[in-house]
Structures are given as C-alpha cells and as structure tokens.
Design a protein around this ligand. Structure first.
Ligand code: ATP
Length: 326
C-alpha cells in the first residue's frame, strides 16, 4: 500500500493580513512636552494589504519582500520584530526562552508613504504571534501593547473608520454608511514623518512672524460636518470635507505633489488629499468605475510613480491562515 504524504506548507505558521490607512481628517494641535503633537484624526482603513507570516524559531529574524522591501530595516528596529518582542515580554514568554520567531513580511503598502505601513506590520505581527503562541489577548490588549510601538498600531488592529485622539492611539469607532472608492497615487520618494511635522511647525512659526497670527496653536477639533457626511454614506458630501493640516508641509517638501492633486481634481475626483504625512495622494471617487477611470487618467498624467484602486472601510489586522501547532 502506498501512503501519500501531503505536505502542508502552513504547518506551524500563522499568516495575518493588515490594511493601510488614509486620514480623512488630520488636525494637528500644539507641540506637547513629550515631542508629539496633539491630534484629532479620522482614520479610514483601505484595501491595500501587507501580509505577515510567523513561525516558531530558535532566534527571532525577519525577511521582507515586495513593495519597497529592500528599504525596510531588518533586525530589532523592524516594527514587526518590536511587536513580537513586546508581546513575548508582556505575556511572560520571553523570560521562558520560548519567544524566537521567524517573521516574513510581504509588502504592498509602500514605506514612508503616509499609509502607516510600518505600524500595519506591527499590528499584523501582534495578531499572528497571539495566534501562534496561543496567548489569547483581546484586540484591546494587543492595542495597548501596540501603542507603545507606534501611534497608528491600535488603528491597524481595529480597522474600519475611527476617530483617533492623543497621538492617534485613543480610538473611537466612527459610524459610517456604505463604502468609499479611492485611488492612491504613490510618490517617487518617501517622506519621513518627523520631517513633515517639523516643516509644519516651521510654516506655522513663519505665519506668526509674517502675518501676526496668534502664536498659540488652537486645540484641534473633530469636524462634525465630516462625521455627518460619513454617516450619510454620500461620497460627494465627504469629498470636499477631507482635510489634512500636514498637507502644506508635505507640499513644501515635495512641491510636485501639487501637480498630482490638481490632476486628480481635473479628472473628476470628489476629494483630493495628501494622506497623513504623505507623499501618497488619495482621491475619492463616486463608485468603482469612476475610480478606475480616475486611476487611468492619473496614470496618464504622469504625476506619480504608481496608482492603485482601493476601497474602504477595510477590516483590521486578522489571521488569514493558521497552521499553528498547539
Ligand atoms: P505613518 O503614516 O505612520 O507616519 P509612514 O506610512 O509614513 O508612517 P512607514 O511605512 O510606517 O511610514 O515607515 C516609517 C519608517 O519605519 C520607515 O522609514 C522605516 O525605516 C521604519 N520601519 C520599521 N519597520 C518597518 C516595516 N515593517 N515596514 C515599513 N517601515 C518600517
């Protein structure tokens, strides 16, 4: 009798999928004593996903393939590695010498793009290791660990659409109807988030000196108009209400982004905005066919490196394949 042995390539491994985010509102308040700014933001997860696979190993290591892979740091500074180490420490696993894990990241979210790709990988690593090690933490508990690693990690875990306060890590789910169809235009070069915040501070200081604006930066406020538009489910109402206080700073560092935003508006985008700290530009369309036409037109305009068509709100980090051995 012949036995056929089926080799399950997922045996002992867990794969999690995690979305990118765009900010529908990003209001930047005064600089805090800890070096961060107080934010009011509306996060929106979109269907551009990284995948993270973890399996037990003698020592922790990471490999990265896909979009921007060679530029992603390997070793302990990688945000997915930091997340795995933090989870092992928080659950007492590290002390027992059982925390080695091989991490493989397949990137589709470009790095330093204002899409929170690094935070997304940290969130995916938390979810995957939580399953691999059967540590059984809730999303809220993982979010607490993730917030120490990056302000956007709790949102990458929860997904959907949410209001973020503080550094963006204090989340409340937003009531949103329907789905939203987007075109994302990727920039030729990345933008480092700290550089964009520093440029924002410089532009504000220059306005105080030049125009006599009050030096006190007002506390940021949630746009009730935007929240009402999101509840209505009407992209034509949402488009004009998109806002980003970091956009002038991102445009000052990469002036060519103006051309990308103009091209999107000229070709019928309902809203056109720099995502987070940029340089990705996000364009809102009425429905999927309109988004496809917009993607074609923006590609033809030659104002960006690449475009993708995505939809939101997308689900947060979740396990998509598990061969975890008990
Ligand atoms: P945000 O929108 O959260 O400000 P971003 O999308 O602009 O961030 P990320 O892609 O999160 O930028 O990368 C920020 C930096 O984090 C990169 O320059 C990179 O050096 C570092 N980094 C560490 N780990 C990762 C990872 N797994 N993926 C991407 N970047 C990582």
């Amino acid at each position: 009798m012949t036995h056929v042995t089926q080799i399950d390539s997922s045996a002992g491994s867990v794969t999690a999928r995690v979305p990118a985010k765009v900010n529908l509102q990003l209001s930047v308040g005064p600089l805090r004593d800890d070096g961060y700014h107080d934010l009011v933001t509306v996060f929106h997860a979109v269907s551009l996903f990284d995948e993270v696979t973890v399996r037990k190993a003698d020592r922790t290591s990471v490999a990265v393939t896909g979009e921007g892979g060679p530029a992603v740091p390997l070793g302990p500074v990688n945000l997915a590695v930091r997340a795995a180490v933090a989870l092992a420490r928080a659950t007492g696993r590290r002390g027992r010498g059982a925390s080695g894990v091989r991490i493989e990241i397949r990137k589709r979210i470009p790095i330093a793009a204002g899409l929170a790709g690094g935070s997304a990988d940290a969130a995916a690593a938390l979810v995957a290791c939580n399953e691999l090690w059967r540590t059984g933490l809730s999303v809220a508990e993982l979010g607490h660990i993730g917030a120490q690693i990056g302000s956007d990690v709790p949102f990458a875990l929860s997904g959907g659409t949410a209001v973020g306060l503080g550094r963006g890590e204090r989340l409340t789910t937003a009531l949103v109807s329907g789905s939203y169809h987007w075109v994302l235009a990727f920039g030729a070069a990345g933008l480092a988030t700290p550089d964009v915040y520093a440029a924002c501070d410089r532009l504000r200081a220059a306005r105080v000196a030049r125009d006599g604006e009050p030096s006190e930066v007002p506390a940021p406020q949630l746009s009730t108009d935007l929240m009402a538009a999101l509840r209505s489910g009407d992209p034509a109402a949402v488009g004009p209400l998109l806002s980003n206080d970091l956009q002038p700073a991102a445009l000052s560092l990469q002036p060519l982004l103006r051309r990308a935003l103009s091209a999107g508006r000229e070709h019928g985008a309902l809203g056109a905005i720099v995502s987070g700290s940029g340089p990705t530009c996000a364009f809102l369309a009425a429905e999927p066919d309109a988004a496809r036409d917009l993607a074609v037109a923006i590609t033809g305009a030659g104002v960006c490196r690449a475009v993708v068509q995505v939809a939101g709100p997308a689900q947060g980090a979740c396990v998509v394949e598990s061969g975890a051995l008990a």
